[in-house]
Write a protein of this length. Structure first.
Length: 194
């Protein structure tokens, strides 16, 4: 619901500011909110929820001696615990980004058609006609890398937990701060590619 409403409010404001120019409104909406904003929004939510959970779980396992037990069993901790988290977080961010983008597009254009008498087929045709396949692929790659960055930073923070009563909270805080920094660095990197 939040993505549907955000899509509607963004298009409504852009349409008013851009002198009711449909093509320009949809172009700005596509580049700012759908391509850039959706990845950042999803990344922040995943970092806050899943990144902190990964860090605290691995820190608890380290401080409880479970990581040492896994190592003594002859299992590779990075293959058993880290790799699945990195792959699943990357896929999760990519899937959630596509989901949010679809809700932004259909919610924004659909609600504009409903409340402001936009020609829905015309607006969707103009929006979809402006999508470049290369930009869509870069967007998916970008969301995969954002997910990988979040999970790698969170796992590293959990594995670096220091014994003591503040070990888990410090690891969680480190994951959030480091994950936020990773998101900013990746955003700057992709901005420089454009």
């Amino acid at each position: 619901t939040a993505a549907l409403l955000a899509g509607y409010l963004a298009i409504f404001q852009l349409y008013a500011v851009l002198a009711r120019d449909l093509n320009l409104t949809l172009s700005v909406f596509r580049s700012l909110l759908v391509q850039e904003g959706a990845v950042l929004l999803v990344s922040m939510f995943v970092l806050a929820r899943s990144g902190s959970a990964m860090a605290s779980e691995l820190a608890t396992m380290k401080l409880g001696g479970e990581l040492g037990a896994i190592w003594r069993l002859g299992l590779d901790v990075s293959r058993v615990l880290i790799a699945p988290r990195v792959v699943s977080c990357s896929l999760c961010v990519a899937a959630l980004t596509v989901y949010v983008q679809v809700l932004l597009i259909f919610g924004g254009i659909g609600l504009m058609a409903l409340f402001h008498r936009w020609d829905y087929p015309l607006a969707m045709d103009k929006y979809l006609g402006g999508i470049e396949p290369a930009a869509a692929l870069i967007n998916i790659l970008r969301s995969l890398l954002f997910g990988a960055g979040i999970s790698i930073v969170a796992c590293a923070a959990g594995l670096r937990a220091i014994p003591g009563p503040t070990g888990v909270p410090n690891a969680t805080r480190s994951a959030i701060v480091g994950g936020f920094a990773a998101i900013i660095v990746l955003q700057v990197f992709f901005s420089l590619l454009d």
